[in-house]
Design a protein around this ligand. Structure first.
Ligand SMILES: NC(=O)c1ccc[n+]([C@@H]2O[C@H](COP(=O)([O-])OP(=O)(O)OC[C@H]3O[C@@H](n4cnc5c(N)ncnc54)[C@H](O)[C@@H]3O)[C@@H](O)[C@H]2O)c1
Length: 315
């Protein structure tokens, strides 16, 4: 069988390649790239327009972000609003959102693209609470399209042979179990509406390398589990067109890392020297990758770990 559309005219046939297989999927944006060029070659009335940014658009989509009160979670929620999301629901521990969350909400309201940020207080370890709340969101919005599980904690440098049981469990409870509960909450709504979706689990480069000089057994272990969680969920949920990937940042200056850097300023140069770019990352340097993962620009990407670390792994 000939791939649909490619052989509509003799003109197009001159340039096209054929496949004996039926098309298994199609972009919701119509023909893209070479297929669009061939279509335009066959029909001079078509005026080509750039579509690449349309592929990244989140127009009218609904998202959920844990740890969305500040730091990387809030940065990524804001990026998704700029990409056109109808609404991004941020949740976090505090009853009331932070000043930076309020400033971000007001900023989004002024963007003029009908996007909005919402906040609710919840703990990622409360499975039933998250399921219930996201069901209410589903009832209200009628869809759930993307999720960023960004809530996480990092505790103090502690020898692995002495690591206290309670602290170890606490870190795994938030960073691993809480990520699963967040992904479940969003994934259940994605499944309910049957439109597929994209779930981004925020892991860390610490899930696949060990930060030299830091005794972070609980954190590193919790993040390694998230990498496998993404692969495992991706394999189960692919048939529902729900994609699941992990995103692994390197050293980025946020409240989490400030707890180390501000008390031990020499670490700033140490950490900066550990990647080929010779610096820490900025939170805004995750805007592109999260928008790519959440959007139709990444529709064939699932079960992957995307590392954004300034090349830390390369040395
Ligand atoms: N900053 C970095 O260099 C870096 C690097 C790699 C990975 N990460 C990961 O990125 C994510 C965001 O980190 P960040 O740097 O923005 O830190 P952050 O401390 O600024 O943000 C984490 C947020 O998670 C929230 N949170 C913690 N426990 C929670 C719970 N039980 N329920 C709901 N919310 C909870 C916190 O209140 C906070 O707002 C984390 O998962 C972190 O491990 C950060």
């Amino acid at each position: 069988m000939i791939r649909s559309g490619l052989h509509d005219t003799d003109n197009a046939a001159k340039f096209s390649y054929s496949s004996q297989f039926p098309a298994q999927s199609a972009s919701p944006l119509g023909k893209l790239g070479i297929e669009a060029a061939l279509e335009a070659a066959a029909d001079p009335s078509i005026t080509p327009k750039p579509k690449i940014f349309d592929e990244f658009a989140l127009t009218d989509r609904v998202g959920l972000v844990s740890g969305g009160n500040r730091g990387l979670g809030l940065e990524m929620a804001l990026a998704c609003c700029e990409a056109g999301a109808r609404v991004v629901y941020c949740f976090d521990l505090p009853e009331k959102p932070s000043d930076e969350w309020i400033a971000s909400r007001d900023y989004v309201a002024k963007l003029g693209n009908n996007s909005r940020l919402e906040y609710f207080s919840a703990n990622v370890t409360d499975q039933q609470g998250l399921w219930k709340k996201t069901e209410e969101i589903g009832d209200k919005e009628g869809r759930m399209d993307f999720c960023v599980a960004a809530a996480g904690i990092l505790r103090s440098h502690t020898d692995c042979l002495e690591y206290p049981a309670q602290e170890y469990r606490e870190v795994l409870d938030v960073n691993t179990t809480g990520v699963l509960f967040t992904a479940q909450a969003a994934g259940r709504q994605m499944s309910r509406f049957g439109r597929g979706g994209s779930i981004v689990l925020i892991a860390s480069m610490s899930g696949s390398i060990t930060n030299r000089g830091h005794a972070w057994i609980s954190y590193n272990t919790s993040k390694a589990a998230v990498l496998q969680m993404a692969r495992s969920m991706a394999c189960e949920l692919g048939e529902k067109k729900i994609r699941v990937n992990s995103l692994s940042p390197g050293h980025i200056y946020t409240s989490m890392t400030a707890a180390y850097l501000d008390k031990q300023p020499h670490l700033f140069d140490v950490w900066s020297s550990m990647n080929p770019l010779g610096r820490l990352g900025r939170p805004d340097e995750l805007r592109g990758v999260v928008t790519w993962l959440a959007s139709d620009a990444s529709t064939f990407c699932t079960g992957s770990d995307i590392i954004v670390s300034g090349g830390h792994h390369s040395w």
